[in-house]
Design a protein around this ligand. Structure first.
Ligand SMILES: Cc1cc2nc3c(=O)[nH]c(=O)nc-3n(C[C@H](O)[C@H](O)[C@H](O)COP(=O)(O)OP(=O)(O)OC[C@H]3O[C@@H](n4cnc5c(N)ncnc54)[C@H](O)[C@@H]3O)c2cc1C
Length: 302
């Protein structure tokens, strides 16, 4: 039996259909990229474990996506299996003492809304980040002075061999847009956060304030992967790009947003090549004119 047929049999058992030659564009907020050999929207740790082990045994490449809001998929797509840790794996439990345990596919926005209803504070600044809890922990997502590191107390993950492990927040090496999961084959399956009791109205007002700031400043009406460049030490990418007169610069349908210079947006049919060419141009120009070295924030999936 071909490896893909074996995978399909496991998928049937765990009720997570396998899609062959699936376009990845549909699974990313940038709406860019080619297809993958197979895609599985996973629904349980056990199923994921079996699928990872089967891929490993057959030396088949695999990767994980959450909400696809921090990835740029190559035009050629991904030659391998993509596991989506998303909607089908998004349960949230509110435990005693402000502890909240989420399956990795839960969206930050949905969790933030749920904890608001319990008057739990700690996620106000994270609510507008359009990723999953797993994706957010992977890169220690943050905004408006807060980050995942402030609230995470532990997580469960599958290691490279598909074995389930538990890790504490302190062991995760969380720093600016980095964790011990970054660049590895570890798959985060659940995240536990410590929040604290607050006042419903105050939490709601703060959360809405951040969401309004996003709506006012970010080009949310166009596909993107959010901030395209990491914050360089001592400055801000958007400030530097703006200073260099690069707002509106474009290659094909990839454009430096005219609303927020830190975002590269897809104004129509941008390709991955367009985005990367534009980013190279921005990086070179900023280096030449200001001396700062910018670095891409989204993960490039090839
Ligand atoms: C409009 C917009 C605004 C944004 N604003 C912010 C912001 O304010 N702050 C910020 O930090 N980011 C921001 N982002 C970027 C993005 O939303 C975050 O990085 C988010 O945490 C990514 O989560 P995701 O589920 O979409 O991950 P994906 O994009 O699906 O994946 C990103 C990386 O994480 C890995 N990954 C995903 N899930 C898992 C998992 N369960 N286990 C292991 N690895 C996993 C993937 O393999 C990939 O390497 C923004 C993006 C957009 C489009």
């Amino acid at each position: 039996m071909e490896w893909i047929d074996q995978l399909e049999t496991v998928c049937r058992k765990y009720n997570c259909p396998l899609h062959r030659d699936e376009p990845l564009r549909k699974y990313t907020t940038f709406r860019i990229g080619g297809g993958c050999t197979a895609l599985v929207d996973i629904s349980s740790v056990e199923g994921l474990q079996k699928l990872v082990q089967l891929c490993n045994q057959n030396q088949v490449r695999w990767t994980v996506l959450g909400n696809g809001s921090n990835v740029l998929v190559s035009d050629e797509g991904y030659d391998g299996v993509v596991f989506i840790v998303g909607r089908q794996f998004s349960g949230v439990e509110i435990l005693d003492g402000g502890l909240v345990r989420c399956q990795a596919g839960a969206l930050l926005m949905s969790v933030a809304k749920m904890v608001l209803e319990e008057s739990l504070s700690g996620m106000e600044c994270l609510a507008g980040i359009p990723g999953t809890i797993g994706g957010a922990l992977y890169m220690n997502a943050g905004a408006y002075g807060g980050e995942m590191a402030d609230v995470v107390v532990s997580a469960e993950y599958l290691d490279e061999d598909g074995l389930l492990k538990t890790i504490s927040g302190e062991e995760m090496e969380l720093s600016y847009r980095h964790s011990m999961f970054s660049g590895t084959k570890r798959i985060i399956t659940s995240v536990t956060m410590q929040l604290h009791s607050g006042k419903y109205d105050a939490i709601k007002t703060e959360m809405e304030g951040y969401l309004n700031q996003r709506r006012a400043k970010q080009p949310l009406e166009l596909p993107s992967a959010g901030s395209t460049f990491k914050r360089p030490a001592g400055s801000y990418a958007s400030f530097l790009i703006d200073q260099c007169g690069l707002k509106g610069a474009s290659v094909g349908d990839a454009q430096v947003s005219t609303k927020h210079a830190g975002f590269v947006v897809n104004t129509g049919k941008a390709t991955c090549r367009d985005v990367l060419e534009l980013c190279d141009y921005v990086i070179e120009t900023v280096k030449e004119k200001t001396g700062y070295q910018l670095e891409l924030e989204p993960v490039v999936l090839r």
